[in-house]
Structure formats: C-alpha cells, structure tokens
Design a binder for this molecule. Structure first.
Ligand code: NAP
Length: 404
C-alpha cells in the first residue's frame, strides 16, 4: 500500500497530527485544519499511533481499522495525508523515532509541527528523549473547551523554562467531541451522527466496532442506556472496563460470565449521585449508615448501588447484588464473584497505573485469594496514609485473607 508520507518531501512547513484516532472525529479534523491555516503548513500528516508505551494495557481498536477510518475521514481534503509509519513499526512506538524518520524525508530546512491533545502533551517530559524531541519540532497542544488551561500553562511554562523552546496551544471548540464519548455512545446504542464523517460512521457500523457479543443482548442495552445518562463519561468507560475484566476473570475461574459482566456494569451505578441524593435514597431504601460510612459517605455507594440495582435495574440474583454491595469494602469469606468484582475494579485496563497494580493483575489470574490479600493491603495502606478510618468490613476481610 502506498504510504502518503512521501508527499511531504517538498513542504516548507508540515504539521503532524498524532493520535490514537479510535475513532477519528470532527474535533480532530477541525483541529488539524485550524492549525494548518494558522501556521501556514502545506500538508497535515495524520499518523495513527502504533503501540504507544502509555497504552500498554489498554484495548484499542485494531490498527488497521483506525488507519482506514483516518483515510476515509481525510480523503476529501487535499492538504491532509495519512501515514502508516507508526502502525507498521514493530514494538513500542515513540514519537521521537517518527520525527527522526520524517526528518530524513524532508528538506533540512523544513519546519515540523506536532499537533496533539493537550492531555498527551502534559506528559511530554515522560516521553522518550523529550529534550531532543522539543528541539527538533514545535509542539501544538489543542484543547477542548473547559480544559484546565491553568495547570496546562504551568506545566508548559516549566517545559519552556527547562528547555527554552516554544509551545503553542490552541482551543478548538469542536474538540468537545471525544473518541471516548463516541465509543460509549456506540455501546449505549445512541446516535453518533454528526460527530464524525458519515463514511466513518458507516465503517463502524459495517465492522461492528466498539461492541462485544454480550452487549448485543437487549438487557445489557437497557442497562447501558440508563448508565450512560447518569454516569460521567469517565465513570461510564470505567464501568465498561470493569465489566469486561470481570467477564474475563469469570471465564478463568469458572464463574458465570454474564453474572460477572452484569455486576461489573452496575457496580458504580450509585457513585455519581450527589451527597443529598445519596442520603435521601439511603433513607428511602432503609440502608443503615454506620459511623464510618457517615464520615466517608463515598463508601455508601456500593451498599446503595446494590439496592438501586435491585429496584431500578430489576436484578434479583443475590450473588450479583452482593458483589455490588461489597465491591468497595470487601468482607471475610467472599464468594468468587464478589472477589472478581472487587479485583476487576482495581485492575481494569483503563485504571490509571498505581504502585502494585501489575502484581494484583497477575495474582488475579493465578490465585484469587492471594490477589484479594494484596489488593486489600494496598487499599488499606492507601487509605491509612490519607488518615481515613478503615471500615471494619475491610479489616475483617484483610484478617481473613491474611490466613488464606
Ligand atoms: P491519548 O491519551 O489517547 O489522548 C489524550 C487526549 O488528547 C484525549 O482526550 C484525546 O482525545 C486527545 N487527542 C489525542 N490526539 C489528538 C489529536 N491529534 N488532536 C486532538 N485531540 C487529540 O493520546 P494518544 O492519542 O495516545 O497520543 C497522542 C500522541 O502523542 C500520539 O501521536 C502518541 O504517539 C504521542 N505520544 C508519544 C509518547 C512517546 O513517544 N513516549 C507517549 C505518549 C503519547 P480523543 O480521544 O477524542 O482523540
């Protein structure tokens, strides 16, 4: 297949649009066009990522799908090209390797601008060879409306001071659209029309992207549609991650996969309620709040979640309800399903890495009780460090799994 990379040969200024593009949407396209006009670039080269180091554990849609969607989305703009350079490169893909390869193709005086989301640029000092990278190309951080510019600016200022280089950031209102939201909408069977080009929408439908066989059941559609309206986008994604992880663990440990998936989906169904809503619903559902929960009301969400799952999502299976109920505190003598939800919550692929996550992940697939011990220890230590009172259920769970 011809790589459109060679078209940049004679350009004085090129903009590189790097991203996962899972899927590409109008926000990306508007951002690329805006930056192209502002800097006066002759070409924008879209480079879908290969295996970036920071997405080590995350499931992203197949490289070929992301590449083809990017080609479809950019086909009608003569200034836009797409390159396979990262997806064809074996091993981890680092931006520095990409820019070095581009420099070999371009004339020595060609200016290279790297456009990407501000969140990604925030982390730039953790990338491979940041110093060289910041010297050989200009960075353009594109932000969504409402983005916390303050912290970005402080971070950018540090980078500027440390490296004596210039970084630009441009707010793109169309970036209110996000790939995460589009994937969530597909799961929740909501419309994605007008968020991305028709061709990309048709492609997603044709290849059934962002769905699994489980999600095709009307019952899961009902749950997902309801959750999509009450949870924040981040929490909704986490919920999907926990459900997937729980289903995988259930397969390994001989537990009913659909029950695990259901409990995973619903485990945080009460988490985004306000304090007032939580208190009112606890009172309506006769949930007694002990002294520890009264002080840390966040702990109530698992007990309340089980009741909401029963009343509003019509779950009658007590194993599922208990897995939701004890997913935050744990308890002694948990069922395998309860352990699976507790652990899936801590290790799902989208979880921000924390010290010990890999150890818990490994143990969850080798020895459930050992994983529970490690996970409870980590949670108790973490909360003790924050001077929080540990719930008696967690202490008795820890005591129990210390001897297992
Ligand atoms: P990401 O974590 O998927 O995205 C971070 C945020 O930025 C998301 O909100 C995303 O929104 C947005 N975003 C990403 N690319 C964008 C773009 N081109 N235009 C507008 N918004 C964009 O980040 P990523 O996509 O994996 O990585 C971004 C780029 O940084 C890639 O080229 C990657 O290779 C590079 N990178 C390199 C290293 C390294 O060399 N070590 C490390 C990290 C990242 P959407 O979800 O809506 O796109």
């Amino acid at each position: 297949m011809r790589d459109e990379i060679s078209d940049i040969k004679n350009c004085k200024k090129i903009a590189i649009m790097g991203g996962t593009f899972d899927p590409i949407h109008y926000g990306h396209l508007v951002a690329a066009e805006t930056v192209r006009m502002e800097i006066g670039a002759q070409k924008v080269l879209f480079i879908p990522t290969g295996r970036p180091p920071h997405k080590n554990n995350k499931t992203v849609e197949h490289d070929e799908h992301r590449y083809l969607m990017t080609v479809l989305a950019t086909a009608n703009n003569p200034y836009f090209n797409v390159s396979r350079i990262e997806i064809d490169r074996p091993g981890m893909t680092y931006t520095i390797d990409t820019i070095r390869s581009l420099k070999k193709i371009c004339a020595p005086e060609t200016e290279i601008f790297f456009i990407t989301g501000a969140d990604a640029i925030h982390e730039i000092l953790t990338w491979k060879n940041p110093e060289e990278l910041l010297k050989i190309c200009h960075f353009v951080a594109v932000t969504r409306p409402g983005y916390d510019k303050e912290s970005l600016l402080i971070n950018l200022k540090n980078v500027e001071n440390n490296y004596k280089i210039n970084l630009t950031f441009i707010e793109i209102p169309a970036l209110a659209i996000s790939s995460t939201d589009i994937r969530n909408r597909v799961i929740a069977r909501k419309s994605i029309k007008y968020l991305l080009p028709d061709e990309v929408e048709q492609y997603i439908i044709k290849f059934g992207l962002y769905k699994t066989s489980f999600k095709n059941k009307p019952f899961f559609t009902f749950i997902n549609q309801k959750l999509h309206t009450i949870l924040t986008p981040k929490r909704f994604s986490h919920t999907q991650g926990v459900a997937e992880e729980a289903a995988k663990l259930a397969g390994v440990w001989g537990v009913n996969t659909e029950k695990a998936y259901t409990a995973g989906l619903l485990h945080d169904c009460a988490k985004d309620l306000t304090r007032e809503q939580t208190l009112n619903l606890c009172s309506e559902y006769n949930i007694t709040l002990d002294d520890v929960i009264k002080k840390q009301l966040d702990l109530a969400h698992s007990f309340l979640g089980a009741e909401i799952a029963r009343k509003e999502y019509l779950i009658t299976d007590f194993e599922i309800l208990n897995a939701i109920k004890y997913h935050t505190t744990g308890r002694a003598e948990m069922s395998d399903l309860e352990k699976i939800i507790y652990l899936a919550d801590m290790i799902e692929e989208g979880r921000k890495p924390y010290d010990g996550i890999e150890e818990i992940r490994k143990a969850a697939y080798e020895d459930l009780d050992k994983a529970m011990y490690t996970a409870l220890k980590r949670t108790i230590d973490f909360n003790a460090n924050k001077k929080r009172v540990i719930h008696p259920l967690s202490l008795s769970a820890f005591e129990y799994y210390s001897h297992e």
